[in-house]
Structure formats: structure tokens, C-alpha cells
Design a protein around this ligand. Structure first.
Ligand code: NI
Length: 157
């Protein structure tokens, strides 16, 4: 396992649309493992493959309730609305206010090639939306109603 370099928002790779994973190979599994190491090292709650320069539809999420690995994830249903703070490992030292659905149902494939459906509420729903947006070249700063000021950021620390 290895800690990969996380690209930041100036990098064009974050603006590209990722291709689906057609076949899960040993490389896919290594990438998943390396993404986990990378996310943990950066204290993140989610990471998408393009953030480590790989244009494939792979994301991982762990908001503290266990790791969720998603290959070719798709949001199949949403409910309600929430507005709250969001950050991104590719946009260091920034926090924005973003509106998201409150409940999100995602269909994806796991590392064994098995399809599964998962429902997330609150922070988990937010993380799913944020990470899946990355796969289409969308960053939360595109959707933020506003960014926190440096003063507000200080209050958070
Ligand atoms: Ni992000």
C-alpha cells in the first residue's frame, strides 16, 4: 500500500469526466488500497480516483462509520435537502456552504464485482454526492453558495 499524491484544484485532471471500470483487476484493488492509505493520511472522509490522478469511476468514503468502496457508483434516488459545510482534500484550507439532498441512494459495485445499493443520510449523503461529483469533474466550490471567510475558518479551529 502507498500514499499517493493528492492533486489540487488547479490541476486539469479534476475537471475531466472519469471512465467506468469495465473489469476489476489487481491494479483496481491496489488503487483502492492506496486510496484508503491516502485518505487516512490526509484525515479525509472521502476520496475519488481523479484526486490521485486516475480518471476512473472509483470513490471511497468513510465518515467514521466504516469504509465504503464504490466502483462505478450512480445516484439512483435522492430525498430532501440539507445545507452545510463542505471541504475537499483537493481544495486545501477552504470550507464552503453547499446544498445537497438529505438522503441519497447509490448503486455501485464492490471490489469483488458484486453490485450493491447503499442509502446515506446527512453527512454520508453529502459525502456520496461530493465524491461522485468528482467523477464528472465537478468540485464542491462550483456548487457552494458561499465560502467561509478566514475569520469564520479561525472560529472553527
Ligand atoms: Ni473532494
Amino acid at each position: 500500500m502507498a500514499i499517493l499524491n493528492i492533486v489540487t484544484s488547479e490541476d486539469e485532471v479534476l475537471r475531466k469526466k472519469c471512465r467506468p471500470v469495465d473489469k476489476i483487476t489487481p491494479r483496481t484493488l491496489t488503487l483502492l488500497d492506496d486510496m484508503l492509505d491516502t485518505m487516512r493520511a490526509a484525515n479525509g472522509v472521502g476520496l475519488a480516483a481523479p484526486q490521485v490522478g486516475i480518471l476512473r469511476r472509483i470513490v471511497i468514503v468513510d465518515i467514521g462509520e466504516g469504509l465504503i468502496e464504490m466502483i462505478n457508483p450512480e445516484i439512483i434516488a435522492t430525498e430532501g435537502e440539507q445545507e452545510g459545510e463542505e471541504g475537499c482534500l483537493s481544495v486545501p484550507d477552504e470550507v464552503g456552504i453547499v446544498k445537497r439532498p438529505n438522503i441519497v441512494t447509490v448503486q455501485a459495485t464492490d471490489r469483488n464485482g458484486e453490485p450493491f445499493t447503499i442509502r446515506g443520510e446527512g453527512l454520508l449523503a453529502r459525502a456520496f454526492c461530493h465524491e461522485i461529483d468528482h467523477l464528472d469533474g465537478i468540485l464542491y466550490i462550483d456548487k457552494a453558495s458561499r465560502m467561509l471567510t478566514p475569520e469564520e475558518m479561525e472560529d472553527e479551529e
